[in-house]
Design a binder for this molecule. Structure first.
Ligand code: ADP
Ligand code: MG
Length: 582
């Protein structure tokens, strides 16, 4: 290891569904690191250009509006699944896509800090299950990062509050609604100690679902179902989604918003039909989603045996908590104003580097102590003797939800038959007494078992580490040990797939980073073109052509000239890239 590598700090990364950020703990405090475009938010969007080159972030987000088939976003939602995304003939798993985002952040950090970055703390939604956590760690490794720790997103947000308010004595609830996930965490702060008391959430509920409610509503006014439109007119839906995202944000600022309806090609043409939506309509569209929000809040409160009035501070985290309809729902629940003291987009990333400072025992945090919990109940499948009959499919918990981690717990189980050759230990997550209603997280084959009568013991130990990764061990009476980290039945996590994926990622071609901003301008102009009435398009169309051909040649002067022409053309149309990209 070289001297520089030894000194390189462990960065903190918020790998978000919509946006990702990287931060570093420097001179006694956490700081965000801007990307190559000067923004601290890197959209978690990947695109593939016609040349086969990969683009990441804002440029890919621009491209997504006009070429949805060549781009993918929101892949974090499928982190734990064997899903593939096909972009211009190249296939990617959610893990690979995440690793491309991480790689981009790692390079931004390396550029800003002037040294290679090799270590990171990565945040995950508290309600991410075991597969999704393993997948995140793997994405880090594929990006060339040693993942020192994964921490829960609301815990990271709590760390920032704890870092600033160490001397408080309070009970705090953190409500985190991001693009794709929803988490609730209850924490107690006392004498520089942050004790997470409970966590609950939903991994399939976020701000994007609120956007989708508007998209579905607009299509419904045209008698079109979203599912059908998505399939038949992907460009129309992509452009409409971008319109609805803007409308959703507009509704955060004002009482109503208007949405232009794109045509089937995803363009606005001359005089697009406009649909108005006001806050009352929006609130009623959000009703079903808000009802899903209350269940995890109630569960987190119940698990700590607290009532809403016992909570001193309610803290909002995640971009989607900016929505007034969401804020009033939360304030109504707790009967007090919610606090958004830190930027809700940024606080999780800042907390990740506070965690990195804790790991590296930075003097600025040496008095802070933090404990976290395991958000789910984990256990195994057993059979039960009921009314003289043996029935399979019952769940026997080993680790109870909201136990403080790290934790190791063991339980004795017994064979059902004499000389039983083997046992398959099926591990489930959930709270139902029947395994069919819980989630299978993996299994462990215990074979061969020593010969013995029915009722021979088998000891099973669950160890849940500080990053939220579960290890299962089984001991036979002879003391023989069987163990596994649960990766078994997710195909993309199998050792062979991991090796294949690493090789593939290493062989990908990336669009040169220094040219990404230029490319982004072209994609932005292209997106704007689709918004213009036909009589205004020709000039811009030509300016884009000229700019793109100059981009492909190496003459710097010519390129500079073409860029100026494009910018002038945009500004003559009243369009400013800075406004939009900010
Ligand atoms: P993630 O961590 O999942 O990437 P973020 O915390 O960045 O998510 O939040 C992204 C979500 O917040 C998106 O769904 C976005 O539409 C929403 N959002 C951001 N700003 C606003 C706003 N002003 N009004 C309403 N929603 C917003
Ligand atoms: Mg987030």
């Amino acid at each position: 290891m070289t001297e520089t590598q030894k000194n390189a700090p462990c960065v903190g990364i918020d790998l978000g569904t919509t946006n990702s950020l990287v931060s570093v703990f420097l001179n006694g405090k956490p700081e965000l690191i801007p990307n190559s475009h000067g923004s601290v938010l890197t959209p978690s969007v990947i695109g593939v250009l016609e040349s086969g080159e990969i683009i990441v972030g804002q440029a890919a987000k621009e491209l997504r509006v006009t070429q949805p088939d060549a781009c993918v976003s929101c892949f974090k939602r499928f982190m734990a699944q064997d899903r593939r995304f096909n972009l211009r003939g190249q296939e990617f798993s959610p893990i690979e896509l995440s690793s491309l985002v991480l790689r981009s952040l790692k390079e931004d950090a390396a550029n800003a800090l002037g040294m290679p970055i090799t270590e990171a703390v990565i945040t995950v939604p508290a309600y991410f299950n075991d597969h999704a956590r393993q997948a995140t760690r793997l994405a880090g490794e594929m990006a060339g990062l040693t993942v020192r720790r994964m921490i829960n997103e609301p815990t990271a947000a709590a760390l920032v509050h704890g870092f600033h308010d160490r001397d408080d004595e309070k009970m705090i609830t953190i409500i985190d609604l991001g693009g794709g996930t929803f988490d609730v965490t209850v924490m107690e702060v006392f004498e520089s100690t942050l004790e997470i008391r409970s966590t609950a959430g939903e991994s399939m509920l976020g701000g994007e679902d609120f956007t989708d409610r508007i998209v579905a509503h607009v299509l419904q006014t045209q008698n079109i179902a979203l599912e059908v439109a998505e399939f038949q007119f992907p460009r129309r839906v992509a452009r409409l989604r971008s319109e609805c995202e803007n409308a959703k944000r507009q509704l955060t600022r004002s009482d109503s918003a208007s949405i232009r309806l794109p045509n089937e090609e995803g363009e606005f043409g001359g005089d697009p039909k406009t649909i108005h939506i006001d806050r009352t309509t929006y609130s009623s569209l959000c009703g079903p989603l808000l009802r899903r929000v209350s269940a995890p809040i109630a569960r987190a409160m119940r698990d700590t045996d607290l009532a809403p009035e016992d909570i001193d501070d309610v803290i909002l985290v995640g971009g989607a908590t900016r929505m007034p309809v969401f804020q009033s729902f939360v304030e109504n629940y707790f009967q007090k104003p919610a606090i958004a003291r830190f930027n809700p987009d940024e606080i999780v990333a800042l907390g990740a580097s506070v965690q990195a400072a804790l790991i590296e025992r930075d003097a600025a945090v040496d008095d802070m102590i933090m404990t976290d919990v395991c958000p789910f109940t984990l256990g195994v499948e057993v059979s039960k003797e009921l009314g003289g009959q043996r029935k399979d499919g019952y769940f026997s918990p080993i680790l109870h939800r909201n136990s403080t981690i790290p934790i190791s717990q063991e339980e004795m189980f017994y064979t059902v038959a004499a000389n039983q050759p083997s046992v398959t230990v099926r591990v489930y997550q959930g709270d139902s007494r029947k395994t069919a209603e819980n989630m299978l997280v993996g299994q462990l084959e215990v074979s061969p078992l020593p010969q013995g009568p029915a009722g021979s013991p088998l000891l099973i130990r669950f160890t849940y580490d500080i990053s939220g990764v579960l290890e299962v061990e089984a001991y036979t009476p002879g003391g023989k040990k069987f163990r596994t980290v649960l990766t078994s039945h997710v195909e993309s996590l199998s050792p062979q797939s991991v090796e294949d994926a690493k090789r593939r990622i290493a062989s990908l071609k990336f669009y040169p980073r220094e040219d990404q901003a230029n490319l982004q301008l072209a994609r932005f102009a292209e997106r704007m073109l689709g918004e213009l009435p036909s009589w205004q398009r020709q000039q811009l169309d030509q300016a884009i052509d000229f700019y793109e051909s100059a981009m492909n040649r190496s003459n710097r002067d010519e390129f500079h000239h073409a860029k100026q022409m494009l910018l002038t053309c945009l500004s003559s149309l009243g369009i400013s890239p800075e406004d939009d990209l900010a």
